[in-house]
Design a protein around this ligand. Structure first.
Ligand code: ATP
Length: 219
């Protein structure tokens, strides 16, 4: 492997918050990633329309990452209005970065437990590694106890003991990381905006400022 692994963090980012940034920092440091791409989704297949426009969600991601040279706001999904699947985004990244580049899809344990419901989910393992971010209170073991048998099978076969594999192969392994709890969600932030409550320390200052000046964004 020539280049350090690339992390990929997809989300609605409605808005991006400090929980997302902490997740990315933990992945960057614990896995020694070279960079993390934040990819705001366009029309997510698994949920309703976001409150903020695609342009505003992307702008807030740009504001949130601009101080960190290892973080990139990646707009490849943002303006798509069709159903936008992770398998297509990873295929595009794979074409762009080449067959030898290590790509790491960063997922929360709750998202990982639903992976078998994703479009062409088995192909994800051919395109990238999966790094499952385990938060206290959401232990992966508990989540997987109720998981789909096919997903459990893939998990057992692909689980790696350390993040070293991310530097040795381009795709195909599962790595589990423990990350600290930051009880922050975009849902809660949107609710706080509706109620006129303060959102400082939940989002980066530049994002709080943007929301303050553009109340239509999330309220
Ligand atoms: P919403 O509340 O609108 O559902 P969200 O805050 O969960 O949004 P998303 O954009 O849906 O944000 O999340 C993108 C990714 O970030 C997901 O993999 C999710 O598990 C992870 N994530 C969200 N909040 C946190 C947090 N506080 N700590 C760590 N990871 C988080």
């Amino acid at each position: 492997m020539n280049n350090a692994p690339i992390g990929i963090l997809g989300g609605t980012f409605d808005p991006i918050h400090n929980g997302h940034l902490r997740l990315a920092i933990e992945a960057l440091e614990q896995c020694r990633l070279g960079e993390v791409h934040f990819i705001p989704g366009g029309t997510p297949p698994h949920r309703g329309a976001p409150k903020a426009s695609a342009t505003d969600r992307l702008h807030m991601v740009q504001l949130a990452v601009h101080n960190n040279p290892a973080f990139l706001a990646d707009q490849r999904e943002t303006y798509r209005t069709d159903a936008c699947y992770t398998v297509d985004t990873l295929t595009e990244l794979r074409t762009e970065f080449g067959s030898q580049q290590s790509l790491c899809l960063l997922l929360g344990s709750d998202a990982f437990a639903q992976l078998h419901t994703w479009h062409r989910w088995r192909e994800l393992f051919e395109l990238a590694h999966i790094v499952v971010m385990q938060r206290p209170g959401q232990p992966l073991g508990n989540t997987l106890a109720k998981a789909d048998p096919a997903l459990l099978h893939e998990y057992t076969a692909r689980l790696a003991p350390s993040s070293k594999v991310l530097h040795e192969s381009p795709a195909g392994h599962i790595v589990v990381l423990n990350i600290p709890a930051l009880e922050i969600s975009a849902t809660d932030i949107r609710q706080r905006c509706v109620e006129g409550k303060n959102i400082h320390s939940l989002v980066p200052d530049a994002v709080a400022h943007f929301i303050h000046n553009n109340p239509y964004t999330t309220c």
